[in-house]
Design a protein around this ligand. Structure first.
Ligand code: AMP
Ligand code: MG
Length: 219
């Protein structure tokens, strides 16, 4: 079924778009929103059916796990089974920001989010609109980039519309994303493993947690 996709301009004033977006997400729907990296396609990260709809809208293979976007460092306590000291230091140094941290998940996180893995990727974005949306939704937001799988990650609302028109009810337009580079993905372990290079560099991370081996593969 085709939906009418509404685009709300949130530049300067993000209340209207984020309030509407928060309601849609609480009701199990999908909302595209800006972050400081690229536009995300968000759903309630604790609602299995809503998360499944993300994979469907993107044509994303079900074995590619999603990042959960949180609104505070505190929220990781309920989404990870523990909070390692190293993770706490990295959060204190880089959150809010473009560093995604992967660690063993708690029972609260549905398997569909993590593609069945026992770890979950968490990030607290720095973008004001993204943060207002997570607050309004009052739940962690699962969000990959808001493109059809295989296409470039979108950095404007117009790019999102080209891929998502008729598939989602709302795109929140926050203007062009600042960087267009994705978040760094780091597995917390001994040593930590860089799964995807991104805005936060290896040397920035090493300045906080010491030297580590930058080997790894991102699903
Ligand atoms: P995207 O949201 O499209 O930018 O992709 C998110 C990236 O994070 C993908 O490359 C995923 O493979 C990676 N990712 C998400 N969750 C995990 C996890 N639990 N373990 C390893 N990599 C992950
Ligand atoms: Mg992507």
């Amino acid at each position: 079924m085709s939906l009418k996709t509404q685009v709300i301009d949130a530049r300067g004033q993000h209340e209207a778009g984020t309030q509407m977006g928060g309601r849609i997400i609480r009701d199990g729907g999908l909302v595209a929103f800006p972050t400081e990296t690229v536009y995300g396609l968000g759903a309630d990260g604790l609602n299995e059916e809503a998360v499944r709809a993300i994979f469907e809208a993107k044509g994303r293979p079900a074995d590619n796990p999603l990042i959960l976007h949180v609104r505070s460092k505190n929220e990781v306590r309920k989404l990870w089974d523990t909070v390692p000291e190293k993770a706490q230091r990295l959060m204190d140094a880089f959150w809010p920001g473009a560093l995604t941290l992967v660690h063993k998940k708690s029972a609260l996180v549905p398997a569909v989010v993590t593609a069945g893995m026992d770890t979950v990727a968490l990030r607290m974005p720095d973008n004001k609109t993204a943060r207002a949306l997570i607050k309004a939704a009052d739940t962690p937001i699962a969000a990959p980039s808001a493109n059809v799988s295989g296409r470039p990650s979108p950095t404007t609302a117009q790019h999102v519309l080209e891929d998502m028109d008729g598939k989602i009810p709302l795109i929140i337009d926050g203007g062009p994303c600042g960087f267009g580079l994705e978040s760094t993905v780091l597995l917390i372990g001994s040593p930590p493993v860089l799964l995807r290079p991104g805005m936060v560099t290896k040397s920035m991370i090493e300045a906080v947690v010491g030297l580590y081996t930058a080997a790894g593969k991102c699903g």
